[in-house]
Design a protein around this ligand. Structure first.
Ligand SMILES: *[C@@H]1O[C@H](CO)[C@@H](O)[C@H](O)[C@H]1NC(C)=O
Length: 393
């Protein structure tokens, strides 16, 4: 009998590739032994990666705020020669126009998503001590300014990839504005309240009481999620992953030929040890919540970011999964952590502590303030009061 064992190490940070390891063997008796050897090779590589990542991570050196400041610098780098009135004018079509003049905040009348504007204005209204500024805030999910097209258009967006020159700001949903799903009809928001709720839930579901399997619920905003759903159908004891309906749902085709699963609250995620996060249209709002369950977060893909993503380190706070993962990749990495339960628990606790201690509303406000201060320094213009704008209170 000829057996072929392919073990592709897919985790993004590891360049090793066992796909070439094709082993032919005449003797059935050796089959298990060979599988064992390959498995232990995989096992050792993951262990090495975790140890190395842990050794590199020095929380005292890489202060959270210094990492956040670097993000601000990186985003404003395209504007280091100054932001002119013409540049701001060119940004107007891409978002909502705001001005701070004499410590009063003004906004254009129409707002595409009123509750998203409200979510952002909660923070902007706390910053009226700042000098005058003029900004264009994109309230859509998707970033607007492709670097390949023109990087000199200053547009604030909540999420982007490296292909975009948008300036990242903390999403409206830290206060209000969605996204809205059936369970959260007015949209998720009030991060301060949700934080408390989830930390309490995590206490009710300590690690040893959590279900020892992976979990995912979400809509099919993106086919990158399909393989996880298929794996769940093949190995329901290992992972429970299913699609829910979204507004675009028309038939079971949109949920991969299955009836849509009911939506699940963030709290319910805390019942499981391993939670999966994918990008949606842009970065997923789900991400930050998952950590507060004190479950182990598997984060798929590393392109889509929000302002705080860089403070989270792969293998220290979460498990990175490359976006073109296979079912087998997920199976192997889940089996690895089932075998190394203490390690899984440790990374879960690291992620939890980081989000608990540092992703607070006070730091969200701090980020907005620092971002605007740096932006104001680059303003090569005197904001002229625009009478078409309305006062925001
Ligand atoms: C801002 O203050 C300056 C100086 O006091 C004043 O001349 C100007 O009219 C004020 N502008 C607005 C829009 O209130």
């Amino acid at each position: 009998m000829k057996i072929q064992i392919h073990l592709a190490l897919i985790i993004s940070c590891i360049s090793l590739n066992y796909a070439e390891d094709i082993i032919s063997e005449e003797f059935d008796g050796l089959e298990n032994e060979i599988a064992e050897n390959i498995w232990s090779k995989f096992d050792n590589e993951i262990l090495k990666t975790i140890t190395a990542s842990k050794a590199l991570y020095d929380p005292s050196k890489s202060g959270i705020r210094s990492i956040l400041k670097k993000q601000i610098q990186a985003d404003l780098n395209s504007f280091k020669d100054g932001i002119t009135a013409t540049m701001v004018e060119s940004a107007v079509p891409y978002g909502t126009h705001y001005q701070l003049i004499n410590h009063t905040l003004y906004r254009q009348n129409n707002c595409l998503f009123p509750s998203r504007c409200e979510g952002n204005e909660h923070f902007l209204l706390k910053l009226t001590d700042l000098p005058d500024f003029e900004i264009i805030v994109n309230h859509r999910d998707y970033p607007q300014v492709s670097k390949h097209f023109n990087a000199k258009i200053p547009v604030f967006s909540f999420s982007k990839t490296d292909d975009y020159a948008d300036i990242m700001y903390p999403a409206w949903s830290f206060w209000c504005g969605g996204p809205a799903i059936k369970l959260y009809p007015t949209g998720i928001g009030r991060w301060d309240k949700l934080r408390k709720l989830l930390m309490k839930e995590a206490e009710h579901w300590p690690w040893e009481e959590k279900k020892n399997k992976g979990f995912f619920r979400g809509s099919r905003t993106n086919s990158e999620r399909d393989e996880l759903i298929y794996l769940s159908r093949e190995m329901p004891d290992l992972i429970d992953a299913a699609y829910t309906k979204n507004q675009a749902w028309k038939s079971v085709k949109d949920t991969l030929d299955a009836e849509p699963a009911p939506e699940v609250s963030f709290q319910e995620h805390c019942h499981y040890k391993y939670l999966f996060n994918f990008r949606g249209v842009a970065a997923s709002f789900r991400y930050k919540h998952l950590f507060l369950c004190k479950s182990l977060v598997f984060h798929v893909g590393d392109e889509w970011k929000e302002f705080f993503y860089d403070v989270l380190k792969p293998w220290v706070h979460y498990v990175p999964i490359k976006k073109d993962y296979t079912r087998k990749d997920i199976r192997d990495i889940l089996m690895f952590f089932k075998k190394h339960d203490t390690l899984a628990r440790e990374i879960a606790a690291n992620g939890y502590n980081l989000i608990k201690d540092h992703l607070k509303l006070s730091n969200v406000k701090w980020y907005w303030k620092n971002l605007l201060e740096e932006y104001i320094k680059l303003q090569n213009l005197t904001p002229e009061f625009n009478p078409a704008l309305m006062r925001v209170t």
